[in-house]
Design a binder for this molecule. Structure first.
Ligand code: NAD
Length: 479
């Protein structure tokens, strides 16, 4: 008999579920990628019945899908959908879920809630008999807010589901361009011989947002930019850029290599934070032509020492990367929305052209707003003058190259893999813990040195100290 499958979304009425998870399920339905008998159950505290929840979700999916919305697809998706109202901390609210999941043999529980609930939900599912052998649990980042709380959650997940059935989500790993980093490095012979300290001068990784914290103030204020973005997304990008070639694409082969990078990250403690890190917090300013309030004046905001910007100079102590700075930067209300990795190659060893014309090669891998890869190379400018040079970019625009393809939501791929039981795109426990260890040192250093966030105007590129961080080594951020 075929397996009866289900996905249960905890926090189903929340921002993430409504903006990303249900739209992803809609697109998977539209392309026939959902298993035919898949049931989709939502669980949240919001008061609603099946019909009310489905009507609300339809609006959010419509907004997301725009012209790609089809009533036919929606009615197929809606026919799979159910809603359970309840408080995850109250055991009796799991009873309707138990009934709904009768006969289900393969189930993914997707925890789109605060990490404070992860351990409770896992334990309640186990108590209710829902953590059977065919059940997997997927948890959103951040897993905890430091190493200690992360380990508490991990222990609960391990005791209830077992580590091999825990899927830790970092949605960056579901992005096409992030997966493409592996293809770019290991499916081409061009880059790998240059991918080391002999040819690479430094690396920059930026995740910049123009939006502020908006209605997520209270959540954000207890995390800040370092925990919210650097601990997960930025460190995952750094690992994929810096790791050694895995022997194959087995999930553990890739994750073993990523963990080695995290182990080689030089700790940044109290003695280094002032030189190697910058904290910032936005003040009022103009963002994309609109006057916007400062962080502490946002709805629900109050006086706070939480950083909305962080820049770091990291070092990887191994043979490949010794002496190559990896600059990491993220922030809210910055001058542009962009996520990109820049690999800056070294200058030529000897100049036969005018030195002032020369710009060293640079590889830019952009994830947002567009997915593109660009290699800047030097060319002769077509002038009457003797040899004058100009840098030109060899551009690979992925949306142009794959025109017929819709840009997928990262969660589409992650949901598909979780349903199949393939852990390749998910983060392993030791990766999360190593990352927290590195982050905790920085946070302890900030506390010890009483390093408060420096102000920056909304719409700028962060505090001026962020520029000094790179200029100190003769480098500058690419904007
Ligand atoms: P949210 O506040 O919008 O939604 C929270 C959901 O949890 C709601 O459905 C709410 O009803 C439910 N909930 C809260 N307390 C509950 C309880 N006691 N019992 C049952 N349900 C309860 O939050 P969000 O923005 O959707 O984020 C969810 C998680 O995902 C957070 O940990 C966040 O850090 C993480 N995350 C969010 C985003 C995003 O884009 N919003 C991106 C990545 C990760």
């Amino acid at each position: 008999m075929a397996d009866k499958k289900a996905i249960v979304i905890f926090g189903a009425t929340g921002d993430l579920a409504q903006k990303m998870i249900y739209p992803s399920l809609y697109f998977l339905e539209s392309e026939g990628h959902l298993p035919p008998d898949l049931m989709i159950a939502g669980f949240a505290r919001t008061h609603a019945d099946d019909q009310g929840f489905i009507a609300q979700t339809r609006k959010d999916v419509m907004d997301n899908a725009g012209t790609l919305f089809s009533e036919d697809v929606w009615s197929r998706l809606a026919a799979r959908m159910h809603y359970c109202e309840g408080d995850v901390t109250v055991p009796k609210t799991y009873a309707p879920l138990v009934k709904l999941l009768e006969g289900v043999t393969v189930c993914v529980y997707y925890l789109s809630t605060s990490p404070n609930f992860f351990a409770t939900i896992a334990c309640q599912l186990k108590e209710a008999g829902l953590a059977h052998g065919g059940a997997r649990i997927a948890v959103e980042k951040p897993i905890g807010r430091d190493l200690v709380s992360c380990r508490e959650i991990e222990s609960a997940l391990d005791e209830t589901f077992g580590d091999d059935r825990v899927y830790r989500i970092d949605h960056y790993l579901g992005k096409e361009t992030v997966q493409n980093l592996i293809a770019l490095r290991f499916a081409n012979t061009l880059f790998e011989p240059l991918w080391n300290r002999a040819s690479v001068d430094h690396v920059q990784i930026t995740v910049a947002e123009t939006i502020g914290v908006e209605r997520r103030w209270s959540y954000y204020d207890s995390y800040g930019a370092l925990r919210d973005i650097v601990q997960n997304h930025l460190l995952q990008l750094l690992c994929l850029i810096a790791m050694e070639p895995p022997s194959d694409l087995d999930p553990d082969s890739v994750r073993n290599e990523k963990v080695k990078v995290l182990r080689s990250l030089r700790p940044i403690g109290a003695g280094d934070v002032e030189r190697q890190t910058v904290r910032g917090q936005y003040r009022k300013g103009v963002s994309e032509g609109v006057a916007v309030p400062g962080y502490t004046e946002e709805t629900g905001g109050s006086a706070s020492d939480t950083e909305t910007f962080v820049a770091l100079a990291a070092h990887i102590d191994n043979w490949r990367w010794s002496g190559v700075p990896f600059y990491l930067r993220t922030g809210k209300r910055l001058a542009a929305r962009t996520t990109e990795v820049v690999v800056q190659f070294r200058e030529v060893p000897h100049y036969i052209f005018p030195r002032s014309d020369m710009i060293a090669n640079r590889l830019t891998i952009r994830l947002q707003p567009e997915e593109e890869i660009s290699l800047q190379i030097m060319n002769k400018a077509p002038t009457l003058e003797a040899m004058r040079l100009k840098p030109l970019a060899l551009d690979l625009n992925l949306s142009d190259a794959f025109k017929k393809q819709r840009r997928r939501i990262a969660y589409e791929r992650l949901l598909t893999e979780a349903l199949k039981g393939n852990s390749f795109l998910f983060v392993r426990r030791d990766e999360v813990e190593m990352a927290w260890k590195w982050i905790d040192d920085i946070i302890d250093g900030w506390k010890e040195k009483d390093m408060k966030p420096l102000p920056y105007s909304a719409g700028s590129w962060g505090p001026s100290s962020a520029f000094a961080l790179t200029e100190r080594n003769g480098h500058s951020w690419y904007e």
